[in-house]
Structures are given as C-alpha cells and as structure tokens.
Design a binder for this molecule. Structure first.
Ligand SMILES: [Zn+2]
Length: 332
C-alpha cells in the first residue's frame, strides 16, 4: 500500500484492499478505516482514531506515520488495531467539518440530523468499532484513543477528556495517559455525542479524547511537542516500555455546560481566551435573553469556549479542579 495518508487524502480505495507482512495482516475496511492484526494471539484491542475534525491534522500525521512503520515492518504490532481517520472529506477540505460536527453525532444521535455525509459517516464508524471489538476474544482489553487538537491555545497543551462512565477507570489506562504526557484530565459528568463516549458507553472500552496542541494545517505542525505521546503510542502498539511519567496530570471535572440555544447567545470571553483560563465566582460567563451563566464555584476553568456552534450545542464547558483522587507519582 502507498503511504497511508496519501491513500486517505486521495479518496481512493487501495488497489489491493488487504495484505500481510511477516508479522501482521491488514485490511482496508472502508474509507480511511484500516484493520491491522498480528498473526499471533494478543490480549489488547485498540481503536486509534484521528481526523474526526478535518482541520486537526497533527494527530493524523502521527497516526499515518505509525501505520506506515507497522506496514513496513519497522514496528512489531502486539495489539489488534483499528485505525480510523474520522472525516476524510473534511480532511481533504481542511475544515473542521463540512455540514455537521461528527463528534456530536455518536450513540445514534446521527438519526436526529438530516441525511448527510457526516450522519452516514458517524453511523459507519459506530458499526466499524462495534464489529472490531465484538470480533475479539472474551477478556480482551478494549481501548479507544480519539486524537484531536484544540481550536484554541491552552494552558495545558496536551490533555485528555474522559467520557462519563460508572465503571472504574483501569489503572493501566490512566498510567498510559500520564506517560503520554497529558498535563490534565477532564472527567465528564454526563453522556455526550462524542466518539469516545460511544465506545465507552456502548462497548465498555476505556476511552479518551486526547487534545494535542492547536489545530494547524498539514505540514505546519511541530510534532516534537507530541514526542511523549508518540512514544507512548509506539509502546502501546508494540507492548514495549512506556516513557517515564514526569508529572501526574491535574484532574478536573465538568461543573456546568454553556449551551447556545439561539442567535441571541453571547459569550463574555475574548476570542483568544485560552483553554483552562480560570474565572472567579460570580463572573458573568454568557447570556442568552433572560438566561445568564455565572461562575458558581470559587473558581471555574473554561474549556472549549466557542460561541459559533449550531443552536442546541455546547458553547463551552466550565470545570472545577478535582484532585481528590490524585495519586502521587510513585503510585501512578
Ligand atoms: Zn477535535
């Protein structure tokens, strides 16, 4: 197969949609969806997705390089792996999405949207992930890492957003996130339409949305900022040694969501407000007609502020620090 990224961006199906190397078999499942499987039995299944938002190119470059190394035999695969480029049409257009944001459409929410390419893609991705995990043997550990970059700058350049779940988080998963250089972990307290929530909720995977730096066009990414993340991915794929954890990630949980219901919604933050900027109690954050959003806790931190979303969608999350469970470095 030609380089993975070339294939994805071409929009073509590879001439030979399956093949093998000495160590693995691979199969092109659908546009931008590649299944790789070692020839021997393994204990771990991993869904590695990127490009759910088409303008978030750094993770696509990282994942594409890893796929090429696996197919060239430069890395020995030790997990069952499903690689997904989420929205190839948006990637080719260099846009976050074409009509609708796919990462609000999962867990069947695509049915609420009018029939469009992105609704069909969300459904297709759900099926691909379900089929992949269900094909594994009982007891196989299921992980899903959904790689993104944030729209704006951030006080924490690398962080993870964990979907709401009542299951305990596996220790090896949390350790991996720390080793991958996540400076912060944000815990959701309610279901959402994200890809990570879908795989966690419907397929009991340990799932995380990873935010790696700021969205930039192909070729402009400084991948050196993501060295620890890349090393941790290599270690996961090859079941090798993880990079050392240099800093335990700070923990936050979602305290409230700012939702834009109509054209009247006004967000009282400047356009260059960084993610994790703190606001003191009583600050007016946003308003919409009679409804006003204030900081309720002593201090809340903003995440993903974006007043330009479609009505009914999230215009920002407010977080509080939640370091009650933070283990010391030695215990990670
Ligand atoms: Zn994204």
């Amino acid at each position: 197969m030609q380089p993975f990224l070339t294939t994805v961006l071409s929009g073509q199906t590879p001439l030979h949609p399956c093949g093998e190397t000495t160590g693995l078999q691979w199969q092109w499942r659908d546009e931008g969806i590649l299944h790789l499987e070692p020839k021997h039995r393994v204990q771990q299944a991993l869904v590695l997705s990127c490009g759910i938002h088409g303008n978030e190119t750094a993770p696509v470059e990282i994942v594409a390089q890893l796929v090429d190394k696996l197919l060239q035999g430069a890395l020995a695969l030790e997990v069952r792996l499903l690689v997904i480029t989420g929205n190839p049409a948006a990637l080719r257009a260099g846009k976050r999405y074409k009509e609708y944001d796919i990462n609000r459409m999962f867990s069947g929410r695509w049915q609420r949207f009018q029939d469009c390419a992105e609704a069909r893609r969300a459904w297709q991705l759900e099926q691909a992930v379900e089929r992949f995990f269900m094909a594994g043997e009982a007891g196989e550990s299921r992980w899903h890492l959904d790689l993104h970059t944030a729209i704006r700058g951030s006080w924490h350049p690398r962080f993870g957003v964990l979907p709401f779940t009542t299951r305990p988080w596996p220790e090896d998963f949390m350790h991996w996130l720390a080793a991958a250089g996540m400076e912060a972990l944000v815990f959701h307290r309610a279901p959402a339409g994200t890809f990570a929530h879908f795989s966690s909720d419907k397929l009991a995977a340990a799932s995380c949305t990873l935010e790696l730096g700021k969205a930039l066009p192909f070729g402009e990414n400084d991948l050196s900022q993501f060295q620890a993340t890349e090393q941790a991915l290599v270690a996961l794929l090859t079941q090798g040694t993880l990079p050392e954890v240099t800093q335990a990630p700070l923990r936050y949980r979602v305290a409230q969501q700012l939702t834009r219901e109509s054209e009247r919604f006004v967000l009282h933050m400047s356009a260059d407000t960084l993610n994790f900027t703190a606001f003191p109690q009583g600050t007016l954050l946003a308003e919409e007609g009679d409804k006003q959003y204030f900081v309720r806790q002593a201090r809340e931190y903003v995440l993903f502020p974006n007043p330009n979303v479609a009505p009914g969608l999230r215009a920002g999350l407010m977080l509080v620090e939640d370091n009650s469970h933070n283990s010391s470095l030695g215990m990670l």
